[in-house]
Design a protein around this ligand. Structure first.
Ligand SMILES: [Zn+2]
Length: 307
């Protein structure tokens, strides 16, 4: 039941998170033992997959595979009533019965090939498992905190503080001037790759202000209007990418050398080529934009289609 048409990988979460039920520890324990429960395994934040997709185990197998103390996330219940979980496996899989059933796979690689609904679930599981690994102690008193609510909260037994999973908002925008859009590249990008501009939202900022600030800081252009496109949960480690178009006033590029190596304007025809395998610019260089898994790709694609 999609709320909106969202083209982004990791979006369109397919499960009912059962927010009221997951507060009940007995209900969660029963759900894990449910005869139709589905358990994904993760090790070093990588999902266990085979050629077809995620390898799902019965929830009741969790203790034998990972141990009863394994960090376990309740992902939600699907439309057929099957509870879904993800558990962290610390044991060496080579010594396990799963050794011949698949492999732990890099999340970006998995996201590029697995079914959309599995990408959304596994991305969510990665974000939560990583948050737990980095937030074992109470930010208020320094005491050890404990996992509750199926992994959607931590509590501090000493001072009773509650800690919720972190989400970092990031604006990612395509500056647009008439029939051209602006893309930039960072030194760390693969050779020839250009992308949308992006930056973290800072305290005290609206999304529009964050967008205008980043466009000015990174390429020296003044945003005159900001339009929303879509958002993308991005589990590296816990961002929410907020995709925008920024109409900008004409002017020369003034680059932030720490952020941007180069910025260029693309026509729609050039952008169309950059989306599909790459395009050769007038100066003879071959350039391209990120793959469809990235919201930057979807922003450029949507802009091309409006022309
Ligand atoms: Zn505390």
């Amino acid at each position: 039941m999609p709320l909106l048409s969202n083209p982004n990988a990791f979006a369109d979460y397919p499960l009912d998170k059962a927010g009221f039920r997951r507060r009940d520890a007995q209900w969660l324990a029963d759900a894990l033992q449910h005869e139709a429960s589905q358990l994904a395994l993760m090790r070093n934040l990588q999902p266990f997959c085979n050629e077809e997709g995620t390898v799902w185990f019965a929830g009741a197998a969790r203790d034998a595979l990972c141990g009863s103390e394994a960090l376990t996330i309740f992902l939600g219940v699907d439309t057929e009533g099957r509870p879904h979980f993800a558990a962290e496996m610390k044991r060496d899989p080579a010594d396990s019965v799963i050794a011949d059933m698949g492999a732990f796979e890099d999340m970006r690689a998995a996201a590029g090939r697995l079914p959309d609904r599995e990408v959304a679930m596994l991305g969510c599981a990665k974000t939560l498992l990583e948050w737990h690994a980095r937030h074992m102690f109470c930010a208020n008193c320094g005491g050890a905190s404990v996992i509750v609510d199926g992994g959607w909260k931590r509590e501090c037994p000493a001072c009773k503080a509650e800690h919720f999973p972190r989400v970092d908002p990031v604006v990612i925008m395509l500056p647009v001037l008439g029939d051209r859009c602006c893309v930039g590249r960072q030194a760390r990008f693969p050779r020839g790759m250009f992308s949308a501009l992006a930056g973290f939202v800072e305290p005290g900022e609206s999304l529009e202000e964050a967008c205008a600030r980043e466009v000015l800081e990174e390429v020296g252009l003044v945003a005159t209007n900001v339009r929303y496109h879509s958002t993308q949960p991005w589990p590296f480690p816990h961002s929410l990418m907020i995709g925008l178009f920024a109409d900008v006033a004409d002017g020369p590029f003034t680059l932030d050398p720490e952020e941007i190596d180069e910025a260029i304007w693309l026509t729609r025809e050039e952008a169309r080529g950059a989306l599909t395998g790459g395009v050769t610019l007038a100066d003879g260089r071959r350039i391209f934009v990120p793959p469809p898994m990235a919201i930057a790709h979807q922003l450029v694609k949507a802009w091309v289609q409006t022309g």
